[in-house]
Every structure is written in C-alpha cells, then in structure tokens.
Design a protein around this ligand. Structure first.
Ligand SMILES: Nc1nc2c(ncn2[C@@H]2O[C@H](COP(=O)(O)OP(=O)(O)OP(=O)(O)O)[C@@H](O)[C@H]2O)c(=O)[nH]1
Ligand SMILES: [Zn+2]
Length: 363
C-alpha cells in the first residue's frame, strides 16, 4: 500500500475540509475541473477569491430548488447563477431555509442550463455526507491539478468518486465488551468502524442469540434529543428502552444503534428541521425545504452488521416497512415484524401521524 491516500481516504479528507470551510478541487470527465466550497461553511474572503478567478454557481438540490422556484435543469439539482453583488450572506440565505418566511423574495433565481453538472452533483453529495446543508459553490477551473498543488487543496477525481460514494464502506469490528444494562445484565457492546472515516456504529447483543434461528432485532437510528435528553418531540427514547426491555425479557436479541442522526442528515440539520417545524411545516416538508429527501439513511448498513455478527434471519422490531424491504433486499430474512408502539404524547402526535400518512409507517 502506498503512503499517499487512496480515493476513499481523500473523500474523508474532503468532507473534513468542507466542514471547516476549506475548498476542495475536483477533476471531471474531460479534464475539466472545479473548485468547490460548502455554502454553509464558506467564508466571504474565500468567495471573493473565487470571484476573482471566475463565476461560481451555487449548486442546490432539486428539493431546495422547488421551494425557491429555481429551475432544476439537471433533474436532481439546480445550478443557480450568482448575481453580481451576491456575497456569502446571499449564498447562505439560498442554502438555508431558516428565514424563507420572513424574507420570501429570494428570487427570481436563474439557473444554468448548458454544460455538465457532474461535479455539482458530487459537491452536493459530499456536503450531505459531511452533514452540512446540501449546497455548494462550484467554480470551473482550467487547471485543477496545478491549483490543488499550489494551494494545498484536496484533489478528488470525480469520475472515480461518484460510483464509490454509492458503495457501502467496509466495517471493521473494533472491539466488544460486556456492559450490564438495567434491561438486561448479560449484554455486550460491539463497536463497528467504517473504513471511509464516517461515524462508528454500535451493536448491543443481549444474551447469546442462536445464529441459526431468527433473532429479535432492532435497527435504531441515533436520536440525541430523544434517546439522551428525553425529548417529547419523537418516540425514539421510549422505543430504544422498550426494545432493550423486550430483548431482556426474551433472554436474547440484538439492537443496532446506527449513528444516522436525524434520519441521516445530522443533528445540526435536524435542529434546522425542528426550527422549520416551529414555523408550521411537518417533518417531511421540513426535510424537503432544507434540500434533503424525507429519509437520507442507508439501512444496508444494518444488514451488513447483522451479517457480520452471523445473523441471517430476524424478528424485526419496527413500524417502518422501508427497513423490512432493505433487509430482505440485502439477504436478511425478516420472518416477523414486531410492532413497537410506545411513547406517544401530545407533542409528538402530529409527527407520528405524518410518519404514517407520508412515510408509510404501519399502525
Ligand atoms: N430529519 C428529522 N429526523 C428526525 C425527526 N424526528 C426524529 N428524527 C430522527 O428520525 C430517526 C428515527 O429513527 P427510528 O425510530 O430508527 O426509525 P423509524 O423510521 O421511525 O422506524 P421505526 O422506529 O423502526 O418504526 C432518528 O434518527 C431521529 O433522530 C425530524 O423531525 N426530522
Ligand atoms: Zn427521536
């Protein structure tokens, strides 16, 4: 293995750069290149430098474009042309819906039609996987290699990167140890670490489940507010505790704690979604206004961990048919769905109703 980072490692570096507001360079299909900076974290100084080099566009997802009435000529995204006098405040106002209602006149926005959007697409994907708002400034540059070298910027081969982002990274089983729980004294916590540098995921194994029989299982997505703070806005905390209690009573089970906070958009974006919910939007509309899909989670991860632990069949504790579908597709046999209806209260009534109505959650 050479000392220099491979593509997956460069992508991890690029995510860290974007989170800090450092631009990255991408090379495209025909030797074309672009300088990319996340809309959320970019600075006015760096935008001014980009403007000296040319005319950057702001790539936003089609979901965000829909709210802003910008034309998504590229299908899943729009390349918004920056007005002459637009600075970072304007850019962030387009990317972030926080004050859409107080300042509704953000347009009319013109979007670019000619040229290729592959680098813009990758820029949005990278911003998403860095758990930032899905929007990025993209400036075409004639000599991407020279620019990256001169400015010490991370250089990504976009042609190779785009398909690799769709592949689930290998998971390393780092360690496991006994952790007696209130719900089950015979529990072990396993730590899994993805090789692409993304968040670790955990498996809580209760008892010694037989690998040749269906195991009582739950795929739980992280919810800092519900799981830790006891937030009443969702049902996550009670679901977590009820699942562990059922596994304890059953004598065995496995709970995967997947670090996919906020249905995969990250805690900061989830709080942005909560602020929009205070403005009257429901949980799905809030995600869309931010530029995300309803659910950005990748449940292949859950199937992969179950398989790594030796399980091939589950009795799945869930109300989400999407989880069942992906398990089956990934080769995990869901022999039974065990409903998990707990924690309803007056603050989450509307949230749970929306999940049933719009996300197909089962009764
Ligand atoms: N984006 C967003 N995420 C939310 C909101 N409320 C809760 N979440 C997240 O939604 C996820 C809920 O996870 P789960 O309970 O595993 O999933 P589920 O789809 O409800 O399915 P089951 O509970 O298995 O029926 C967690 O990651 C929460 O952080 C919200 O209003 N917006
Ligand atoms: Zn929650």
């Amino acid at each position: 293995m050479p000392l220099s980072p491979d593509l997956m490692e460069l992508l991890a570096r690029a995510r860290a750069d974007l989170r800090m507001g450092v631009p990255v360079v991408m090379t495209g299909p025909d030797g074309a290149g672009a300088l990319v900076m996340a809309a959320e974290t970019g600075s006015p100084e760096r935008l001014a430098l980009m403007r000296e080099m040319g005319a950057p566009d702001l790539a936003i997802s089609a979901r965000r474009a829909e709210t802003l009435k910008a034309r998504p000529y590229d299908g899943d995204l729009a390349r918004v042309i920056l007005p002459e006098d637009a600075g970072m405040t304007w850019v962030q106002g387009i990317a972030d819906p926080a004050d859409d209602l107080t300042r509704p006149m953000k347009g009319p926005l013109s979007s670019r039609r000619e040229g290729d959007a592959a680098l813009h697409r990758l820029a949005i994907s990278l911003a998403k996987s860095a758990r930032l708002l899905p929007a990025a400034l993209v400036l075409p540059v004639p000599q991407p290699f020279a620019l990256a070298g001169a400015e010490q910027l991370t250089l990504i081969d976009a042609v190779a990167a785009a398909p690799s982002l769709m592949v689930l990274a290998n998971l390393d089983h780092v360690v496991s140890a006994r952790v007696p729980l209130r719900a089950a004294e015979n529990a072990r916590l396993h730590i899994f670490r993805p090789e692409d540098g993304s968040e670790e995921h955990y498996a809580i194994e209760i008892g010694r489940p037989d690998r040749d029989a269906p195991v009582l299982a739950r795929l739980h997505s992280a919810c800092f507010t519900g799981d830790l703070l006891g937030s009443l806005k969702c049902d996550c905390g009670p679901q977590l505790n009820a699942a562990l209690a059922m596994m304890g009573e059953n004598g065995s089970g496995v709970l995967l704690y997947l670090n996919q906070e906020g249905r995969g958009i990250g805690l900061a974006n989830k709080m942005r979604a909560y602020a929009l919910q205070d403005q009257g939007f429901d949980t799905v509309e809030a995600n869309h206004r931010l530029g995300f899909e309803d659910d950005e989670r990748d449940f292949r991860l859950g199937a992969e961990i179950l398989q790594r632990m030796g399980f091939s069949a589950v009795k799945l504790l869930t109300n989400n048919p999407g989880k069942i579908k992906i398990m089956e597709r990934c080769g995990i046999d869901v022999v039974e769905r065990v409903p998990l209806k707990v924690g309803e209260n007056r603050f989450n009534e509307a949230y749970l109703a929306t999940k049933m109505l719009k996300s197909g959650h089962l009764l």
